[in-house]
Design a binder for this molecule. Structure first.
Ligand SMILES: [Zn+2]
Length: 427
């Protein structure tokens, strides 16, 4: 500080003080400010490409360059805390209880809900993408009755908005995209007496899992699965039996819902989301400065993340099928991504464009469903019906009610018109 600021301060100290009238002084100051702005603008324009991608990759920089940020941030934090203290959590589904299928059940149901990250419907092989990005899911679809819902409308274009909304009883248009102060799907399942577990391989559950058991896998150090402070999504399947066995025994005997929150296709460093042996599309963009990469290598890196999600879901489905075949549980899986991603279409990258203006790439997400024969019987589902139902439009609004339907939870908040499988159920 002294080396840099000392000499000019000494020089300033030595200058005689010049007194001007307030008008000339204001003019001089204004001129200085304009000249400063012009220099900043020129410098920014000269390095615009690099600057834009730097600001995109390190969002916290825009706070760090603002000297008054500490004051602003402290005030805002205090205001938020004060407001939250006075706010009560709105209850949801206080009448929730296990439905008729639980009476005298031979084995409990176990549903795995996989919340995808940044997967867009368009690059999903099952949705007709010309590349085979989902070969494993295609096999499950052909031989094991996996249902593909095609492009599903997301609630928001960011994790922050979509995640609470997907688990909210409110539809997007009812304000589901801003309902953190309301109990959600997990609270309703918990109240009905089921065991609920949230496993997170991303940056937390945005308040959704606040009242249920939670495990974070991001900081694990499993050789081959974790590096540089993050882990590949497969890590969530490790020790899964033990994690479930550690849940409340009485609840576990009734039924279990496990949510896995993926790292998925989170950008801009797509190449970091896939292990070395799982990069079928080459060459792959290996930089997080997206403008440094060709459109083709960027698409390859992104498609590799979808192919890895396909592999991860394959492992999860195998795990579930083994448990069902052994007669331990009636198992099922729902996978749906939180929002899509722009890969340079219309000059846009990443996601987070305001929902009303957002392009399809950011709002159309993939969704698949698989239920073991035992769980289908429990739910009284008629043969081909779920597959036919999947041809109709579905959105994030359906997740809350569809999961309540699959798990047969009786509650007044279960809206059958938003339960994607209700038309297929005998009960
Ligand atoms: Zn997200």
């Amino acid at each position: 500080m002294l080396v840099v600021a000392g000499p000019p301060m000494w020089w300033l100290w030595r200058r005689p003080l010049a007194r001007r009238g307030w008008l000339p002084q204001t003019g001089r100051n204004a001129l200085g400010a304009v000249a400063g702005l012009a220099v900043v603008t020129l410098a920014a324009l000269l390095a615009f490409q690099d600057l834009a991608s730097l600001m995109r990759n390190d969002r916290s920089l825009r706070y760090m360059i603002n000297p008054l940020n500490t004051v602003y941030a402290a005030t805002r934090l205090a205001a938020d805390e004060l407001r939250d203290q006075g706010r009560e959590l709105l209850p949801t589904g206080e009448d929730a209880r296990p439905g008729p299928s639980y009476a005298g059940q031979r084995r409990p149901p176990l549903l795995l809900v996989v919340v995808g990250e940044t997967a867009r419907a368009r690059n999903f092989g099952l949705n007709g993408y010309p590349r085979e990005t989902t070969p494993a899911l295609a096999r499950w679809q052909a031989a094991q009755g996996l249902v593909n819902f095609g492009p599903v409308e997301s609630c928001g274009t960011s994790t922050q908005v979509s995640l609470p909304c997907m688990f909210s009883p409110l539809a997007r248009e009812q304000g589901g995209d801003r309902s953190a102060d309301r109990e959600n799907l997990l609270d309703v399942l918990h109240r009905a007496g089921l065991a609920v577990l949230w496993i997170d391989n991303r940056a937390g559950c945005k308040g959704v899992c606040a009242r249920v058991p939670t495990v974070s896998t991001t900081r694990l150090r499993v050789p081959g699965l974790c590096a540089d402070g993050e882990c590949f999504d497969e890590v969530m399947l490790r020790d899964l039996d033990a994690r479930i066995a550690a849940l409340d025994a009485q609840r576990r005997a009734r039924g279990v819902v496990v949510v896995m929150h993926q790292m998925g296709s989170h950008g801009p460093a797509y190449f970091r989301r896939t292990p070395p042996g799982r990069k079928p599309f080459q060459p792959e963009c290996a930089s997080n400065t997206l403008s440094d990469c060709t459109a083709e290598s960027l698409r390859n890196a992104y498609d590799n993340t979808i192919a890895y999600t396909d592999h991860f879901l394959d492992l999860a489905l195998q795990w579930l099928k083994t448990r069902a075949d052994a007669g331990a549980w009636d198992t099922g899986l729902v996978y749906v991504s939180d929002h899509g991603e722009s890969l340079g279409e219309n000059g846009l990258y990443l996601h987070g464009v305001a929902r009303a203006l957002a392009p399809r790439e950011q709002t159309q997400v993939p969704m698949v469903l698989w239920l073991s024969p035992g769980l289908q019987r429990r739910d009284g589902l008629r043969g081909e019906c779920p597959g036919e139902r999947a041809a109709q439009p579905v959105s994030h609004d359906h997740l809350f009610h569809t999961v309540l339907g699959v798990m047969d939870i009786a509650t007044g908040v279960h809206d059958r018109s938003l339960d994607a499988l209700a038309p297929c159920a005998a009960r």
